[in-house]
Design a protein around this ligand. Structure first.
Ligand code: ISL
Ligand code: CA
Length: 573
């Protein structure tokens, strides 16, 4: 649809360029490679492409460490390649959203190079510089300005020998946090954003945007039990000036421009905060990525000591977000991205042998996600049911977070096997193996040596194998996306979870005027019997089945019938 809310009926596809398609045999995906695969996106039916960062970067965090916001990294191509991709997408009726990484820059960005050059640099205050605490010797253990731990293990501070002061990095030491208190920083970021919009891009996915405002005194946080370092999140998440900065950004960058999509990545966001970010009257962002549902299985100290969810936990959490943003605000709907394990492995059943539930669990999860109220995101490979990587050696991993965790975990006494077990379920590299296009060498991703290994199940799971199979995961995603475009109730209808007498059954009704839709999904590997209240049962007695992930069950519109493992059904009335 058109209008200011066009993104309510849109589906976004995330490309992680490094792993999407290589065009020149260097083993790394690139912009010309993306251009070769646009037929796939068009057939899938997505409306928007979100590109993970392709800017000039030392690639310490695969492009989330930017050294030039207004150029393309040579590994991905050139600005001409970029313009050509943008034109191709627009010609096919798709929009392009860029990744905006402005909580931090690379330590190789000219701003930081200038800032670190002396305490008197005019850009000194563009970053967070502090002396060692309490007059201690810089560089000695515990002399860091505060006790915050970085997201990627170790202290969030790096000593710079040139001036003997430390700079703050919430992520890798090559990702220095910008000081948003400084108006020159904000001006420079806004100017850069306008430059991309003037070039024709259609919006931004804003990396960790709820971390840009820090409590300026940067106080020590409550230490973690038995550890020297602490979680500083209370002092840098949703900081005192966050909403002011977002509203200023909106005025300076977005006001007066139409057809854009903005989505804030907001780890730790609560439902009431999400309402504030996405209330259209406040002019901040269109939607945010919340993290509760992808944190349910994390361990108490580290995400790498994870557990398998009980049936019902995922649905209960997602319902909480549907209810919280029912009146005001808007949800982003996602199970995967480049930071998360593959959803069919994590929440479904990824075994592909005969009688297993790989196909049905991938499609059941897709059904319950896409038909909620919100804008769905498909992460590359999710549409063919790609699974976690079976990496068993530390040499297989590439991600800085994984490598740092492994080293720190072993130093704190874990065995290599224990540390590898943590990586197996939760490493970000699970989502970063190359897209499995076809049965040729390296799954058609590259003619060279891929930067990270192709999943060996590329002999079973590929785009080519599913392309013309009407019962494939891919075909099902196409149907779901087409359903959204055809039925306004999916974008605009109300959401109400129905009690099916069993937590493993996620059943919900969508209503828009006279249009009603019922979604029933068995999110477990056992047969389950729905027991609806008689009023609900009567409403749906004679309904028509619009879509099912079990071929052959279309003709049995009985909402009380037992549900096979991972069976999902969509009814309309
Ligand atoms: O995966 C995580 C670490 O366990 C998340 O906390 C992740 O770091 C967080 O969601 C922020 O992610 C974003 O910013 C990071 C970058 O590494 C991620 O790839 C990006 O999505 C720093 O720019
Ligand atoms: Ca390449």
């Amino acid at each position: 649809s058109t209008g200011p809310d066009w993104w309510k009926s849109a589906v976004v596809y995330q490309i992680y360029p490094r792993s999407f398609q290589d065009s020149n045999g260097d083993g790394i995906g690139d912009l010309p490679g993306i251009r070769q695969r646009l037929d796939h996106l068009e057939r899938l039916g997505v409306d928007v492409v979100w590109l993970s960062p392709i800017y000039r970067s030392p690639q310490a965090d695969n492009g989330y460490d930017i050294s030039d916001y207004q150029d393309i990294d040579p590994v991905f191509g050139t600005l001409d390649d970029f313009d050509a991709l943008l034109a191709d997408l627009h010609a096919r009726g798709m929009k392009l959203v860029m990744d905006l990484v402005v909580n931090h820059t690379s330590d190789e960005h000219p701003w930081f190079v200038e800032s670190r050059s002396s305490v008197d640099s005019p850009k000194r205050d563009w970053y967070w510089w502090r002396p060692a605490r309490d007059g201690r010797d810089p560089g000695t253990p515990g002399a860091e300005p505060n006790n915050w731990e970085s997201f990627f293990s170790g202290p969030a501070w790096q000593l710079d020998e040139a001036t003997g002061e430390y700079y703050l990095h919430l992520f890798d030491r090559k990702q220095a946090d910008l000081n948003w208190e400084n108006p020159e920083v904000r001006e420079a970021v806004y100017a850069m954003m306008r430059w991309w919009l003037d070039r024709g891009v259609d919006g931004f996915r804003m990396d960790v945007i709820n971390l840009i405002s820090k409590v300026p005194s940067l106080p020590d946080a409550e230490p973690l039990p038995g550890r020297a370092l602490a979680n500083g999140a209370p002092y840098y998440t949703s900081g005192p000036r966050l909403h002011e900065f977002l509203q200023e950004m909106h005025r300076e960058v977005f006001a007066g421009r139409d057809g854009l999509l903005t989505v804030g990545e907001t780890p730790g966001v609560t439902p009431p905060e999400a309402v504030l970010f996405t209330d259209p009257a406040r002019h901040e962002v269109d939607m945010v990525f919340q993290f509760e549902h992808v944190g349910l299985d994390h361990g108490p100290v580290t995400k790498f000591r994870s557990r398998r969810l009980e049936p019902g936990e995922l649905a209960a959490n997602l319902t909480r977000w549907q209810d919280a943003l029912a009146e005001t605000g808007w949800n982003s709907l996602y199970l995967e991205n480049h930071d998360q394990a593959r959803s069919v492995t994590r929440f479904g059943d990824d075994r592909t042998d005969h009688g297993a539930h790989w196909r049905t669990s991938a499609t059941a999860l897709a059904t319950m996600l896409h038909l909620q109220r919100g804008t769905p995101y498909v992460y590359q490979g999710q549409e063919i049911g790609m699974t976690n990587a079976p990496f068993a050696l530390i040499e297989d991993f590439r991600d800085v977070e994984s490598l740092n965790f492994y080293a720190a975990d072993i130093e704190s006494g874990s065995s290599p096997a224990e540390a590898l077990l943590g990586l197996a379920s939760m490493s970000r590299d699970n989502a970063r193996t190359p897209v499995q296009w076809d049965g040729s060498e390296n799954a058609g991703f590259t003619t060279g040596t891929p930067w990270i290994a192709v999943n060996p199940n590329a002999d079973r799971i590929t785009v080519a194998a599913q392309e013309d199979d009407p019962h494939s995961v891919l075909a099902y995603y196409r149907s779901l996306i087409a359903l959204r475009h055809a039925h306004p109730v999916i974008a605009d209808g109300s959401f109400e979870r129905l009690d099916a007498g069993d937590d493993a059954i996620f059943a919900f009704e969508r209503v828009l005027g006279d249009d009603r839709m019922l979604v029933v999904a068995n999110l477990s590997s056992d047969e389950r019997i729905p027991r609806f209240a008689s009023t609900a049962f009567e409403r749906w007695e004679d309904a028509e089945v619009l879509l099912t992930n079990l071929p052959g069950s279309e003709g049995a519109p009985d909402v009380a019938a037992p549900l096979a493992p991972w069976e999902a059904k969509v009814y309309s009335a």
